[in-house]
Design a protein around this ligand. Structure first.
Ligand code: ADP
Length: 339
């Protein structure tokens, strides 16, 4: 905290108590003056003279004692971190806003897929139940026939329960927690969540995972959101351009840089260079009903987990998104490769 900030000449400060800086307006130290102590990373917000500009300082100080062990003063430094703090606050606000928007967007997309997915086991339950009633009313049905219709009812009810469980896992909020995660399982789960959309748009998904492949250190809920966003974008691109080949390829392998790499490529129209430069900007979209936040928040999520998300595209030949993330040294051996 400088003499400049308080409008007092340095010479006027020598030998004085630090309290002359603030007058009686605000305490400079939050500590008990009777028991001074050293401190680091202490943040305080102070107003300049005449309630002027408010600034935030980060301070560190050491208590100094005289030969008799009496407290003689403090020696320390103050750094003006006002702009750093403002940047940090606005970034945190933006992240929160984007995360909420993306969550709402994804939940909307998921709900329509899940509603359809749930409909199938529910209709099956109704049909098997009606069949049971008919068999019972006919009086002549073999018990085995009725039992098998009831077993089919139960397995469809379990399937419906699984679908709901998957959705609940995905919408669970909480602090991000990165831990070693089976990337094959995560990819399978994400594809299952968009399966209905892909099937109805006649898009094939080809998954190739190297065997063995390391487990990625990620927050599985956030990482699933990233995968869903890439899959939805690929499906949007293919659906808009109606190319002859309708295909999304997902691959996963260990990279020599010690990270594990996931690639999501599509057979869509690709991205022209001038658009490619901007796709990770928040709110950039080329879609009539796009929000333009999916890729920017996906990149923030991947970066927060210590990774990178990049895109390559040759116009006319599709787009390819590459994620690299820290991996565990041991391999994901209990999973079977797919593809
Ligand atoms: P939104 O999907 O709401 O537009 P995104 O941030 O997810 O927001 O994507 C930003 C833009 O990036 C899209 O509008 C589109 O122009 C481009 N884009 C993303 N993925 C692809 C893709 N697979 N193929 C072509 N363009 C893509």
């Amino acid at each position: 905290m400088t003499s400049r900030f308080f409008g007092i000449a340095p010479a006027a400060l020598v030998g004085k108590s630090i309290n002359i800086l603030s007058g009686s307006r605000q305490p400079i130290f939050p500590f008990d003056p009777g028991s001074p102590r050293s401190y680091t990373n202490f943040e305080r917000t102070l107003a300049g003279p005449n309630n002027g500009k408010v600034s935030t300082f980060e301070s560190a100080g050491t208590a100094i004692y005289d030969e008799q062990g009496r407290f003689a003063g403090m020696r320390g430094i103050d750094r003006d971190i006002t702009s750093k703090r403002q940047f940090r606050d606005s970034l945190a606000r933006l992240r929160e806003e984007l995360a909420d928007n993306m969550q709402a967007n994804l939940v909307g997309q998921l709900l329509s897929g899940v509603a359809h997915e749930l409909n199938q086991p529910l209709s099956a339950i109704v049909s098997y139940n009606q069949a049971c009633i008919r068999l019972l009313e006919s009086g002549g049905a073999a018990p085995g026939e009725i039992a098998s219709a009831m077993r089919a009812t139960a397995s469809n009810a379990l399937l419906a329960g699984d679908i709901v469980k998957r959705l609940r896992r995905l919408s669970a909020r909480g602090a991000p927690q990165a831990h070693p995660t089976s990337i094959r399982g995560l990819i399978r789960n994400a594809i299952a969540l968009v399966d209905h959309r892909l099937r109805s748009a006649d898009i094939d998904v080809i998954v190739r995972t190297a065997a063995p492949v390391s487990r990625m250190i990620v927050d599985p809920v956030l990482m699933t959101q990233v995968m869903l966003n890439l899959l939805h974008n690929a499906a949007d691109a293919i659906s808009e351009a109606m190319p002859e080949t309708r295909q999304i390829r997902v691959s996963c392998e260990d990279h020599e840089n010690g990270k594990t790499r996931i690639t999501v490529s599509d057979s869509g129209p690709g991205i022209p260079p001038e658009t490619l430069k901007r796709i990770f900007e928040p709110h950039f979209t080329t879609k009539a009903h796009g929000t333009g936040i999916g890729l920017s928040i996906s990149r923030s999520i991947v970066e927060a987990m210590g990774g990178t998300l990049e895109c390559n595209s040759v116009p006319g030949k599709g787009a390819s998104f590459t994620i690299e993330l820290p991996a565990e040294k041991t391999h994901d051996d209990n999973e079977h490769p797919t593809g």
